[in-house]
Write a new protein. Structure first.
Length: 380
């Protein structure tokens, strides 16, 4: 039983809109944790780059070689000009050239030329490399860490969450569709909504047809009173309904089952990987979907949703729409209730809320936020 056995309060309502609290969370979490910023396949050639935003920081991500990605703050070491103005592009001849006075860096970030600078004896090129940002990847997803000294490497940061999807060939999968959506809510609101299925029966009738257990307001049958295994090897983890194969409107698919999955993974129809606060990946027998949560202010986020298929899988427009349709609908439904939640929290009468027993993941999340804030306070 994982449910909460006593009444727990939520985080203070003001934490969901106060700019100072937002700044504290950027410092304590978004500038210290590993954050996914995209897929390796978006950097198809050496020197290909994109600029990404974490909190208020702009970071350049570029490919140095087949298996090496590097990242830098989008800031020149001369007088601090922004280096890249566009969202993405290709560095020519392995050079990053500042548009202001043409200081020139290698793809690894070393300063290699300062054209027309009048010479002095005490200037050393090696003292002015670009400001580096830690970069690594898991399953083809690029992660950055803005801390000068990350508390852990990416692998231990992801820990067993990455293990959940070990049967899926994520590295060799490609995004076949990306959709973005803005939602007027604090990033924690969206994560909290993702962390409970108490809202599912009312908000997601279409999803409940595919996942009958959700009709009971829980993710997993194990959370229901008196749960008993229903079949050999039943772990009590939620699975698709009888006859349903994947998450589409009708539960059917025209795509092949991805190679390497176990019978249990195929039967389950859905497996989740949750990277607290910033991203979740939902794997089905025929496709994978990732959702990144990008805070854009105290009361706004952008969602970046990618649908992934094994490289080389042919898919026509109607089959692609079939795998996108349900998740898009569910995310829109979630976005709508998150915006309502955000507006309601502004009431002067509402200091905090209360959690119901099946919102145990929210409680864990709140404890996590408190711990991260305390950790940073201790460091200061
Ligand atoms: S600010 Fe970049 S070269 Fe001057
Ligand atoms: Fe939902």
């Amino acid at each position: 039983m994982r449910t909460l056995t006593e009444v727990k309060k939520t985080l203070p309502a003001s934490w969901y809109y106060e700019p100072q609290q937002y700044e504290r969370e950027l410092d304590a979490i978004w500038y210290r944790d590993w954050i996914c910023v995209g897929r390796l396949e978006s950097l198809a050639r050496d020197g290909a780059w994109f600029v990404t935003t974490i909190g208020k920081q702009k970071i350049i991500v570029t490919r140095v070689s087949d298996d090496r990605i590097v990242a830098f703050h989008n800031t020149c070491r001369h007088r601090g000009s922004e280096l890249c103005r566009d969202d993405a592009g290709q560095f020519r001849n392995g050079r990053i050239i500042c548009p202001y006075h043409a200081w020139t860096y290698s793809l690894q970030g070393e300063l290699i030329a300062t054209p027309r600078r009048l010479e002095t004896d005490d200037f050393e090129l090696q003292d002015y490399a670009l400001y580096p940002v830690h970069a690594d990847s898991w399953g083809g997803f690029i992660f950055l860490n803005l801390s000068a000294t990350p508390a852990t490497g990416l692998k231990s940061y992801l820990a067993e969450e990455a293990e959940n999807l070990k049967s899926w060939p994520l590295v060799n999968m490609r995004s076949v569709r990306q959709e973005k959506m803005t939602v007027a809510c604090n990033w924690k609101i969206f994560w909290e909504n993702y962390s409970e299925c108490y809202h599912c029966p009312k908000i997601h009738p279409e999803l409940c047809r595919v996942m009958p257990v959700y009709r009971q307001g829980v993710f997993d049958p194990v959370d229901l009173p008196g749960w008993q295994p229903q079949f050999e090897g039943d772990t009590g983890v939620g699975r698709v309904g009888d006859g349903v194969r994947t998450w589409t409107r009708d539960g059917q698919t025209s795509l092949p089952v991805i190679k390497g999955l176990s019978d249990a993974e195929i039967a389950a129809g859905v497996v989740f990987t949750s990277i607290t606060g910033s991203m979740y990946v939902v794997a089905h027998p025929d496709y994978v979907r990732s959702v990144r949560i990008v805070p854009t202010g105290p009361e706004s986020i952008e969602l970046v949703v990618d649908w992934l298929l094994p490289a080389g899988t042919e898919i026509g427009a109607s089959d692609l729409e079939r795998i996108c349709e349900l998740a898009r609908l569910v995310i829109e439904q979630d976005g709508d209730v998150c915006e309502r939640n955000q507006r309601g929290l502004r009431s002067r009468a509402h200091a905090d809320g209360v959690l119901v027993p099946q919102e145990y993941e929210l409680w864990r999340f709140h404890e996590h936020i408190r711990a991260k804030l305390a950790e940073l306070a201790e460091l200061r």
